[in-house]
Write a protein that binds this ligand. Structure first.
Ligand code: SF4
Ligand code: SF4
Ligand code: SF4
Ligand code: FES
Length: 944
């Protein structure tokens, strides 16, 4: 293996069909109009020395190293800022240019600590390279003049250092923070010789607004900004391209290694979802893979009050299989089930659902998508005919109006948020519909045109009201509706949206959003050009989650904003592989590719492929499994890579269900909260140890490649296979996960053209990928909806049963924070906790004052379901009457207070609306203390 080096063309590629031909060093070159001379030279392999230019950033022209001569032009222009012109003739190297470049380099080097041998970037430094390229042999000015060599290092960030003595003031970091990340945390402080890069108000990186995305570090040509791990371990020597295992953006990285050790994750420029960018999680938060709490040996115990006993893999499989067999013999075939994980690969997930259907002989399989995006699957399949987002991420570059509802991209999907911000800075308009003033509403150089701060639980009313305005004001795209949608459904829907209860005035009364704002937002969405909707769990995790998804789909259809770049309905998927786990047949009623289990033809296909008859009855959903467990009818569960005791609603009920089971098998990296109630623990692998694929929010199938060997000795897919073998179930033999994907492709029409070979060749593929679309499908529903005609569905607003009243006067809504991820099992075990040590409760100053709560006080939050305590943070980001918290820390147990209300169609829990009361408290609640005691007890491991 070698170190993957991506070419740097110096300036970004231009996208235009207009071509320009010129001569460089006597050779003809044809490039798109707007290309720089530097890039045109690089295209034919002529490397012009450079320092301030890099192809991920716009040209800046400050270092003057890239000078060239152009026939007929005076002087020596910088090739990075000079654009090509027809017939231009360029010389990139001659005596005069060499002399000039040497002179520039001499100035840089005279103020540089010449400690190359001990420098962290030795061998990976563009300054070193440039010195070599220009043939620098001595420095006429000496090294004794004024310099910056004594400047103090900033080591405040846990992941990278800033050493101003090595800075060449090329501004690549400043531009990366602005152009790529969009945070604007860096400036060049001072003037002339005194100029230096400064974070925030010339403060340490850690206390500035820096979000630690690493873009500046990746852009820095010297060791000024450098990963701590590179300093500690040394420069990397080989690398593998793989995919981030955190969120649904699906960023690709080069995992750079030195020997067996991972040194750093460098965002991959050819990654089609991230285009060379990253966020703090994918870039830096991978230390959990070697955390001391990671478990690498299988364990079993008789009772959940016993300490764990380490055993061999064989003993663990034997115990698991005999328990499942015993339980099925005693309580029946359907008394057992499995949960797949959206953190695992497609191949692993496929095998778990196959084990349940073909090995347990029932359909009791579900996935964590149940608790996040199941309404997306159902809602979009009903309206458009497919269960997925309609666009690719590149589409945002063609968008004129963004409507963001129930999503907080800068925290939840940071790399895509950076792409959104870039487009917004270029002039796109923005509508935000959210109870909270999320960062997108106002941040550096971004301001939403309209923010509709609705009451949690009123999405359906507000989105339907937008449609009301569009129809009432004659803003319907009549041609699109006539040609693409079902006429009868449309007529019914049109009459419905015009009903008075959907008028902005009526909806103002239920949602709190001023009617005028609803009108303005509707007009902008309908008339502002290409309009795209982006939504997240703030849409789906409601009792009417599916209805809101349908209302969103209606809105896109009625304005014709579907079926081309720049528009569409874009669910921002939470976990790395939530799209894939749904695609792979993780729901109890669907086989892979969203085909209903009752479809005899599909069952026959699988019966032939798998050699086993399948049960035509849909199985139990997660919540039904838990209900059945409490009722005594469900006795064993195999949970791969999920922590339902922390992530699922009404935690007390989840725990009661788990406690009622006779055999809980947890496969995970850590003894998570669910493992507190488990009898068998199978150690899992991190994404660094996996081979397989993840499918991101844009249906993009990305390869996950093994970086290090599986720490427990077996890969997760091998564990599932061995478990099946112990059970006596034949679920196939595979030499490599690629063969599992071959089986998926063989049996699932939308994956027919997918293979590891195709993925390696193309980098990634967006499904559907088949004969009609051999290279995949970036934008869906072009010309025709997957279901034929688009279907308008009536979206009547039915208020949630979770209501505020004198006992519970506030509405709690929940969300994520940038540095932590989901239940925090991974990020809490990294330095990311420095940014978010605990979950806090955001409360408006008025509500806090009413209750005598001060900033930082412990408060008790209780609902009809339960209570917990956490610290208060007083902020006007939330409106009065609304409180907000994250759910990343098990001690907070935010899900003790969420109720068991759920979406009418999919049972997706209503996490986003809980009526609560807040009162001052002295610290953790009794329940929390008891929980901690139990967790500590449960995690004991018996001595040999
Ligand atoms: S790490 Fe990211 S946010 Fe922080 S200064 Fe660098 S580019 Fe800006
Ligand atoms: S810190 Fe690095 S990227 Fe930023 S100006 Fe200095 S040398 Fe250039
Ligand atoms: S967490 Fe999401 S945005 Fe961040 S690097 Fe990973 S995939 Fe990209
Ligand atoms: S690379 Fe062109 S001026 Fe710096």
């Amino acid at each position: 293996m070698s170190l993957i080096q991506e070419a740097d063309y110096g300036t970004p590629a231009r996208k235009t069909d207009k071509l320009v031909t010129l001569k460089i060093d006597g050779f003809d070159v044809t490039v798109p109009e707007g290309t720089s001379v530097m890039r045109a030279a690089a295209e034919i392999g002529v490397k012009v020395p450079k320092l301030c230019a890099t192809d991920t950033l716009n040209a800046f022209g400050s270092c003057r190293l890239c000078l060239v001569e152009i026939e007929g032009r005076a002087g020596t222009p910088a090739s990075c800022t000079t654009l090509v012109a027809p017939g231009m003739s360029v010389v990139t190297g001659n005596e005069r240019l060499r002399k000039l470049r040497k002179g520039v380099m001499e100035l840089y080097i005279s103020d540089h600590p010449l400690d190359c041998l001990t420098c962290g970037a030795n061998g990976d430094c563009e300054l070193q390279d440039a010195a070599g390229e220009v043939g620098l042999r001595d420095v006429r000015y000496g090294y004794k003049g004024a310099h910056h060599l004594g400047l103090e290092k900033d080591r405040s960030n846990p992941y990278f250092d800033y050493d101003p003595s090595k800075c060449i003031v090329c501004s690549r970091c400043v531009r990366a923070c602005e152009e790529t990340q969009g945070t604007f945390a860096l400036t060049i402080d001072g003037r002339g010789f005194g100029s230096r890069v400064a974070a925030g108000q010339n403060e340490p990186f850690m206390s500035s607004e820096c979000v630690s995305c690493g873009a500046c570090v990746a852009a820095c040509p010297t060791a000024t900004l450098i990963e701590k791990k590179v300093v500690e371990i040394g420069t990397p020597e080989h690398s593998v391209v793989t995919t981030c295992a955190y969120c649904g953006v699906g960023c690709q990285f080069k995992a750079e290694m030195r020997g067996p050790e991972l040194v750093r994750m460098v965002p991959y420029k050819d990654g089609k979802a991230n285009r060379g960018h990253s966020c703090i999680k994918g870039r830096f938060a991978w230390g959990y893979a070697t955390h001391r709490e990671r478990k690498s040996v299988p364990m079993i115990r008789e009772k959940i009050t016993d300490p764990w006993r380490e055993v061999t893999w064989e003993q663990a499989f034997e115990r698991a299989a005999s328990e499942i067999k015993r339980i099925q013999a005693k309580y029946g075939r359907t008394s057992v089930g499995g949960i797949t994980s959206s953190r695992c690969t497609n191949e692993e997930t496929y095998l778990v659902q196959k084990l349940v259907r073909a090995g347990f002989h029932n359909n009791n399989v579900d996935t964590c998508a149940r608790v996040c995006h199941s309404p997306t699957g159902f809602g979009l399949s009903q309206t458009y005919g497919t269960s997925a987002g309609t666009q690719d991420f590149d589409s945002v570059e063609h968008c004129d109006v963004m409507l963001v509802i129930g999503a907080n991209p800068t925290d939840g999907h940071p790399v895509f948020a950076s792409r959104m911000k870039k487009r917004l800075r270029a002039g796109a308009k923005l509508i935000v519909i959210d109870p909270r003033r999320i960062d997108l509403v106002r941040s550096a150089h971004i301001e939403a045109d309209y923010h509709l701060p609705l009451q949690p639980g009123t999405n359906v009313a507000v989105v339907t009201s937008l449609a009301h305005v569009i129809v009432a004001e004659g803003l319907v795209n009549e041609a699109f509706v006539r040609e693409r949608c079902d006429a009868e459904d449309f007529a019914e829907w049109k009459a419905f949206v015009l009903e008075p209860q959907n008028s902005p005035e009526a909806v103002e009364r239920v949602s709190g959003v001023p009617a005028d704002l609803i009108r303005k937002a509707a007009r902008l969405y309908a008339t502002g050009g290409n309009a795209a909707i982006f939504y997240g769990l703030g849409v789906t995790e409601h009792s009417q989650g599916t209805t809101t998804v349908m209302a969103i789909a209606n809105l896109a259809m009625v304005t014709g904003n579907i079926g081309r770049p720049g528009v569409g309905v874009n669910p921002l998927r939470g976990q790395n592989n939530v799209q894939g786990s749904c695609d792979m047949g993780s729901f109890p009623h669907e086989l892979p590719g969203y085909r209903h289990i009752s479809d005899e033809g599909v069952r026959t296909l699988y019966a032939k492929e798998w050699g086993v008859e399948l049960d035509p009855e849909p199985g139990l959903r997660i919540n039904n499994m838990l209900d059945a467990a409490v009722d005594g009818n469900f006795k064993a569960l195999y949970v791969q890579g999920e922590d339902i005791a922390q992530s699922d609603p009404d935690a007390k009920h989840v725990i009661a269900g788990l406690e009622a089971m006779e055999c809980v098998i947890v496969q995970d990296l850590f003894l998570n909260e669910t493992a507190n109630y488990a009898h068998i623990f199978l150690p899992g692998t991190t994404f660094l140890e996996k081979d397989g694929t993840f499918t991101n929010a844009e249906r993009r199938i990305n390869r996950v490649r093994r970086v290090i060997k599986p720490v427990p000795g077996l890969a997760d897919w091998e564990v599932t296979l061995r478990l099946a073998e112990a059970l006596g179930a034949d679920i196939g033999t595979y030499a490599h996960p690629g063969e599992i994907m071959d089986e998926v492709a063989r049996t699932t029409p939308s994956f027919a053209g997918v293979s590891y070979k195709a993925l390696d060749e193309q980098g990634s593929i967006q499904w559907p990928c088949n004969e009609q679309a051999p290279e995949g499908t970036p934008v869906m529903h072009i010309g025709e909806f997957v279901r034929g005609t688009g279907r308008f569905i009536i979206t009547e607003y039915i208020p949630t049963e979770e209501k505020t009243g004198p006992r519970f006067p506030l509405l709690l809504t929940t969300g994520r924070i940038l540095s932590q991820y989901n239940v925090g099992a991974q990020t809490r075990r990294t330095e990311n906790s420095r940014w978010h040590e605990e979950d806090v409760l955001e409360i408006h100053p008025y509500d806090a004052e009413q209750r005598g709560v001060r900033d930082g006080d412990w408060v008790r939050i209780h609902s009809r379901a339960g209570e917990t305590s956490l610290r208060a943070k007083i902020t006007d980001r939330v409106a009065t009457g609304v409180v907000y918290t994250t759910f990343h820390h098990p001690l907070t147990q935010a899900n003790v207070i969420t109720t068991d209300f759920s979406d009418w169609a999919t049972n997706c829990p209503e996490y986003k609306v809980t009526a609560v009361q807040i009162s001052p408290s002295n610290g953790p609640s009794e329940w929390q203390e008891e929980y901690l005691r139990h967790s500590d007890l449960s995690r004991r491991i018996a001595a040999e």
